[in-house]
Design a protein around this ligand. Sequence first.
Ligand SMILES: [Zn+2]
Length: 332
Amino acid sequence: MLKKTLALVSLFLVGTLLFSFQEKPKVLRTIIIDAGHGGKDVGARGAFSYEKDICLGVATRLGEQLARTAPDVKLLFTRTDDSYPELHTRARMANQNKGELFISIHVNAAPPVQHKEFTGNKTVVSYVGKGKKRKKVTRQVPQYRYYSTPNPAKGTETYIWGAHKNEDKEVAMRENAPMLAEENYQQNYGDVDVNSADFIALSLLKTKQFFKRSATLAGLVEEEFAKVGRVSRGQRQRQVGIWVLQATAMPSVLVETGYITNRAEEDYLNSENGQEEIANCITNAVKNYMGWLEKNQISAQQGLTTGVQKQKATETFLNQIEAAEQRRQQAR
Ligand SMILES: [Zn+2]
C-alpha cells in the first residue's frame, strides 16, 4: 500500500515537474512573406525598374533577416522567383500553412503631375459673309503648353484591411469562421444562438483582436521607417486593391515601401542598401510585435483559421446565419 502511494506521489511529482518545465506557447510560429506582383504582372513602373523586382528583392532580404532575428519562426514565401501566383492561391497557401502573420511587400506609385502653361496669344484670321459683304475678322486665341513632371510623392505607407462601421458585423462573422467551423462545434459551444446579440457582440470582440494585431504591427513598421529617416505617411486602412489581406485569415499588413515614381526613391528601392534597410525596419517591427504579443499574452492561434475546407463550410454556415438574421430583421 505504501509502495503504491509512493509510486503515485512520485508520478504526480514528475508530472508536475514536466508540466512546469513545459515551454511556454510561442506567440508566433509561422510568418508568410508575400512579394507583390510577379511574372506577367509587373506592378508599377518607374524610370528604369518594375515594382515586382523590388518586391522580390525586399521580400528575400526580409526572409534572411527574420531567419537570423527569429530563428524559431517558420518562414514561408508566396513566391521566390519571377512567377505570378494568383492572389487566391497566395491566400490559400497562407491559410493552409497555418500562417500566423501575413506580410505583403509592395511599391507605391503616383501619377505624373499635369501642367498647363500660358505661352501667349495667337492671332487667328477668319472671314465672314459673302461677296461684297465679306469681312475679315481677327481674334486673339490664348495658347497653352501642356506638360507633365514626375510626382514628387515619396515615403512609406503600411495598410491594413479596413472595415467600415456598417460592415463590422460581416467582418466579425468572416473572422470568426474558424470557431464556427470546428467539427465539434456543437460539443464545444453547445446550442449557442449565433443570431443573438450577445453572440454578435462576441464576434465583434474577436474581430477587434484580429484588427488590433494588424494595426499594431502596421504602426510598428511605420515607426521603424520614421526612425531611419524615411517619410512615414502612416498606418492606413483601405479595401481597394488589398483583397489578399482580407482573404488571409490571420493578422496581415501590406507595406508600400516607397514610390517608384519618385526618381530618388526609385534609386533607393533598387539599391542593396535601400532594400536591406527596408527589410531591417520590418524585421525590427516584427520583433517588437512579438514582444507586444508576449506582453499581452496573445497566443499565436487566437482567432486563426486553418484550411480551405473549413473556410468553405464556414462560408455556407455564415450565409445561413446571415439569411436567418435578415429574416429576423424583416419580421420586426
Ligand atoms: Zn503593388
